[in-house]
Design a protein around this ligand. Sequence first.
Ligand code: AMP
Ligand code: MG
Length: 497
Amino acid sequence: MALFGSKPLLKSYREMGEQFYSDQRPTPVADPSLISVNPELAEKLNLSGSELESPEALQIFAGNVVPQNSQPIATVYAAHQFGGWNPQLGDGRAVLLGEVIGKDGKRYDVQLKGAGQTPYSRRGDGRSALGPVLREYIVSEAMAVLDIPTTRALAAVTTGEQVARESFLPGAILTRVASSHIRIGTFQFFSAQGDVDSVKTLADYVIDRHYPEALQNSENTEPYSALLACVVEAQARLIAKWMSVGFIHGVMNTDNMLVCGETVDYGPCAFMDKYHPGKVFSSIDTHGRYAYAKQPEIAHWNLSWLAQALLPLMDEVEAEAIKKAQSALDKFSKVFGETHQKLMSEKIGFVTSSVETSQLYSDLLELMAEQGCDYTLTFRALGDRLAPEGEATIPRDVFILPEALNSWIERWQKLLAKEKIDATTAYQLMVSKNSAYIPRNHQIEAAIVQATRGEGFTLFHQLMNVLANPFEYSDENKQFAMPPQPEEEVKQTFCGT
Ligand code: AMP
Ligand code: MG
């Protein structure tokens, strides 16, 4: 049996019309070798798990063999990158093999990232270095476990070829799975050319694939305003989730925001160690445009470009269309605010959020910033204060709550008591919402260094194992809970190019 079974890969995106893509087969590589496959994801996608590690699957993941019936494409898009307009972009190093229908009945893209040049490669080589492939694999899978909508990693292979970056590095290819790869920038590409027909084709496709509810509103006359509202709400919920786990995307250009609401493009991303709202990791984000606390505002700005593209579909009268777009965009702050408040209140043990819980976590964040507290472990250690006897708690040599938090802790416990929440209930909520492990930069870096030196993937696999159960702390995996020592701290991250 073949990896994709006897079923052909689907190509609904291609069927929208040739203005949306270029035919592009992956460029074969010299000597592929398997790094990792994801049986759990394969099962969700109805793929043959037993075939994942077969020689044939390896050749598919490497781009050396194109699955039967697949007509691979590179898709076209545009973008605002760091606020500047770029009218012509596209999959410069990614090839969409096709789509599969998952066990949940939904359609998923299967894409090879790093599969060679395409018409959209500009001066790029169409390839990926091993480091960024491992980083995307680790972080995207960790996000999935944390219940944050994200593209996923089905497989990673080395190519047996070198790629030229600042130095020569081993090349690799990631098989990426997404609910779709349609970006805000995909809409912008056609909108900028005044090609309203293609914007409409794309909008209808997105409604059909992701937001059928946009057709089910009461009058059924406003599908495009409803579509915009759906994307706004999905993105608002997504960014609230990022914020709650201390995730910084790092390169929120409009081509890196998917209309399906999944996180995409794990380039210079990072989970914060020490909390600071102004935190930036990306080496090229010199003005802090994509700093941690700026993410909601930037998402909203990006969504306004989607709104702009959809305007001609919303109403013939421009002023009316603008009103409708504004009303959809206005949903962002409400949905973001409510979701964020709920998630943050849960992190401190309250199932229901209120003005008081919001004030409490806001004050906590302020103290954490002052004290340079580890974002993840502060919440976890607060929960540990309520732990029943015998529960595994974060040991003091990993993390200690600073004394400066003591009066806050008193206030917190008073509010729990006032709301009649007993310690065990709060504890159980907190350990289920505050992971002990996150993909820490210094650990990802160590795994990348080991692999890039040709010393194998032991650290990568160890990290993947620990991150598969991030809420269960065990002393055996203590080292993976540790924040970086000052000399281990990764201060900058880089785009995957
Ligand atoms: P990113 O910063 O990863 O979102 O990439 C921005 C654009 O550059 C996208 O259109 C990518 O497809 C393209 N790109 C990134 N890296 C490469 C590469 N090595 N070769 C060709 N195109 C690339
Ligand atoms: Mg990108």
